[in-house]
Write a protein that binds this ligand. Sequence first.
Ligand code: ZN
Ligand code: ZN
Length: 423
Amino acid sequence: MRIGVYGAGREVGRSAILVEASKTRVLLDYGVKITETVPEFPLPFEGLVDGIIVSHAHLDHTGYVPHYFQESEANVFMTPPTKDLSLLLWKDMIKVAKRKEIEPPYAMKDIKEAESFTVTYDYYEMVPVTSETSFEFYDAGHIPGSAFTKLYTPEGKILYTGDFKIEATRLHNGADLTGIEADVLIMESTYADEDHPPRKLLEQRFVESVKETLDEGGFVILPVFAVGRAQEMVDILVSNGVDAPIWFDGMAREATKIILRYPEYIANPGRLKRIMRKVHWIRTSADRKRALEEPGVIVTTAGMMQGGPVIFYTTALRNDPKSKVIFTGYLVEDTPGRRLLEEGVFEADGYEFKTELKVERYDFSAHAGRSELFEIVRRVNPSHVVVVHGDEENAIRLAEELNEQEGVKAFAPKLGERVDIDL
Ligand SMILES: [Zn+2]
Ligand SMILES: [Zn+2]
């Protein structure tokens, strides 16, 4: 079989992995990489595919799917929440591009086309892609609807992790590792260099920081991913007795409605519903101004500050040294969020300024930490591993370590590289 890495080779973002086995060609994920300026897309590949399997509804995994429909057609496979959330993200891609006055990667008609070719399956259903190849989704524990893909080809079994997390979070029970054995493992490596701090301790430190700012009369801005992190952070704030107003803005609102439509994909839907009743949902620009009248917490998109209402709040509070921006997720290099954290400079919509705001980051990751990455290798028990979705240093080092310590043949392909595997 041949595995071509057309995106997410020694980088985080624009996942696009082409598996060719026997007569079947399957594309695993088709995402975009968000940067400070224009998004980056996967490298082009020749020929058509028999199917596109999408692991989950984050832009770096699903964001480029409609582009495929500009010139071709293929069945697209996802879980039901991933479909609804992807539609939301795809439409937002066009909106953001228009606002930034850059060329959108596809049009509404391509989204409609992609939607009509998308078929949804729950976990543990055997799905034929071609007459010789099928797959099954397993819960990956990353965000609602996220899935491992186990591909059954005539040349062997492949497990593709997408993004995953084994440890439980407030939203998830963690990945399901039963039955995931395969010959080839294609895995993420985002956090190959570190384990995450224990979540309980992290929550405590985070909540203390929030309360300290509120007590001083400042505002807390939480830039979040719409899917998963936004809901989890509100849960943490409410459960830990933060009694200042919590405002909820941007695409996170739509995403929450979708997540609540699929209660079987989260750990505790009843609690999420109760908790979301305690937040103030922002719908109008008047609401936005009201949110800045008395100290409170503003939970809003985008997570890496590349767009969305977070820009409005950060700009409005730029000269307030009492207020704070707290990041809670991964910040890709060359994003406005990363620059704000590292240099205290904020760049948005063509202007930039130095800010008085305090900036902090807490590692509430929805990704596997270092020991979970080794655990999945042991559980899948493959002969070959292809390491993707990690920065250059992490991906290369993890492949080396797996070669030396785990008795597998591991690769960390460069962008555009194709790996031939004979089982
Ligand atoms: Zn993800
Ligand atoms: Zn990802």
